[in-house]
Design a protein around this ligand. Structure first.
Ligand code: GTP
Ligand code: MG
Length: 199
């Protein structure tokens, strides 16, 4: 009915999933949305989309539109656009990917610490291009993915990670595994709670 239609529309949220190549962005989405995992690596070309319906309460359904943005393709894209149109135009193109997002996950791979270093760049990229209607930055959650591969920990204490989040403006962080489903739903629930608060 009409009311249902309006309600559905009101809770459609665009969420970005970014991070270095091979950190597990697509795997996270496949695990969270489709409940599947594969050990095979197939690089995402360009941008992929997935829709996850979350039942928040009896009368509240949230639809998350997840934007899986490939790191590698972006570089090729930069190269092509730079030649044709110049640096400025490229900036406007990535803005299109981020446009109207209300939240984001930045993913790093716990077995490759350089990917943690790079999350700062991803965070800056988001903060410089994406804003809520009131002008504030969008909530961003950090995912320490492939946690199943480092049962002894990945060399950072929880306290160090909390401080890292505070320093670089992440809402919080979760050790995740697309493979074992560790915190796959929890991190989304956490981000959605913040998105609902902001809406
Ligand atoms: P791009 O599309 O190139 O940007 O990479 P991506 O971030 O989408 O990475 P993808 O999800 O394709 O995963 C890369 C590789 O890591 C694949 O071989 C996955 O099977 C593996 N992988 C992803 N998440 C996990 C995880 O939680 N645990 C383990 N053990 N492997 C994982
Ligand atoms: Mg991918």
């Amino acid at each position: 009915d009409d009311f249902q239609g309006e309600d559905d529309k009101g809770y459609l949220y665009k969420v970005l999933v970014v991070g270095d190549s091979g950190t597990g962005k697509t795997s996270y989405i496949n695990s969270f949305v489709h409940g599947i995992f594969s050990n095979r690596y197939k690089a995402t070309i360009g941008v992929d989309f997935a829709l996850k319906v979350m039942n928040i309460s009896d009368d509240k359904v949230v639809r998350l539109q997840l934007w899986d943005i490939a790191a590698k393709m972006k570089l090729k894209f930069i190269y092509k656009i730079k030649i044709k149109l110049g640096q400025e135009r490229y900036t406007n193109m990535t803005r299109v990917y981020y446009n109207e997002a209300v939240g984001a996950f930045v993913v790093f791979d716990v077995t490759r610490m350089d990917t943690l270093e790079n999350v700062k760049k991803w965070k800056n990229d988001i903060d410089s291009k994406t804003f809520l209607p009131d002008g504030s930055v969008i909530p961003v959650v950090l995912l320490a993915n492939k946690f199943d591969l480092t049962p002894e920990g990945f060399g950072k204490t929880d306290k160090e990670m909390d401080e890292f989040c505070k320093e670089f403006g992440f809402l919080g962080w979760f050790p995740t595994s697309a493979k074992t489903k560790l915190n796959i739903n929890e991190c989304a629930q956490f981000l959605v709670n913040k998105i609902l608060e902001n809406d």
